[in-house]
Design a protein around this ligand. Sequence first.
Ligand SMILES: Cc1ncc(COP(=O)(O)O)c(C=O)c1O
Length: 327
Amino acid sequence: MSMQSKYIWMNGELVEFEKATIHFLTPALHYGVGVFEGIRCYATEQGPAIFRLREHLTRMVNSVKILGFRNFPYTVADLAEAVRLTVSVNGYEECYIRPLVYLTEGGWNLTVDAGKPAVGIAVWEWSNYLGEAALEKGIRANITSFTRHHPNVMMTKAKITGNYANSVLAKTESMRYGFEEAIMLDPQGYVAECTGENLFLVRDGAIYTPPTAPVLEGITRDTIKTLANELGYPVLESQVSRDQLYIADEVFVCGTAAECIALCEIDFRTIGDGKMGPVTHAVQKAFQAAIRGRHPRSAEWLDYVNTAVAEMAPVEEAAIDLGSFAD
Ligand SMILES: Cc1ncc(COP(=O)(O)O)c(C=O)c1O
């Protein structure tokens, strides 16, 4: 995977990729004090379009609030404009988008008040995170020995950078055991989520997903719930035990990076007949249509990028021309 692009947006300026660096003594790097988003831009017949941009950026601004930053200087609209500009000047039809707010200029006394929030936005070409084959064939997972955050230890509604040390521990363990993803249980022992995806199970034509308290409120999770309901499958939030996964007809996970992927084996037990099941298939198909502008819901969920700016040079001019991105 190459993460190389032309420009990274940093605190209001487009900076050449090689120059987009931060100092070793940046508190966020030492204490995990930052929040981020993972967003995707897809090629559609009307050009590149960003999927549920407003919802992602609203969640990021909420993460900023949860982490405790006061006086964050950007609104969702400002950030949306900056994201569209970054995609546009890099000239991608499809890309992954990574905005990050991080603590800088102080904060060594372990308070956010002693420092300031800085913001960067990077984009790069990143095809399916769990591999293209996973979309069709599904993947193998296990229950990790690491527990997901207790909601009063780490804030589970925020994409706080430090939260992801827990995901890294779990996923590293699972991959070393030969699995492709880790399923995490909450502190009560019920199924929570995967390291970067929410989880659903299908039984007797109904879809179940763990309640939101201990998990991230995934935007793909919300999308899948809407699409599944429209396909006639009820989606119920309910506590899910480990053994309910083993005897499910189907299990699937979803997230911006991974999209919608079947889990065909869990803890060495085959799920259903070991292939992507019909409900997962139907939901995945609707999701693929929605993200690529081919679904009745697409108009509401896609934010089209003005590619005209991509041809503009030098980049300073593009930065000044923010007005062309106004809603
Ligand atoms: C822990 C965790 N759960 C779930 C998700 C899925 O969220 P979304 O669908 O908004 O990408 C992610 C990815 O952002 C995640 O990191």
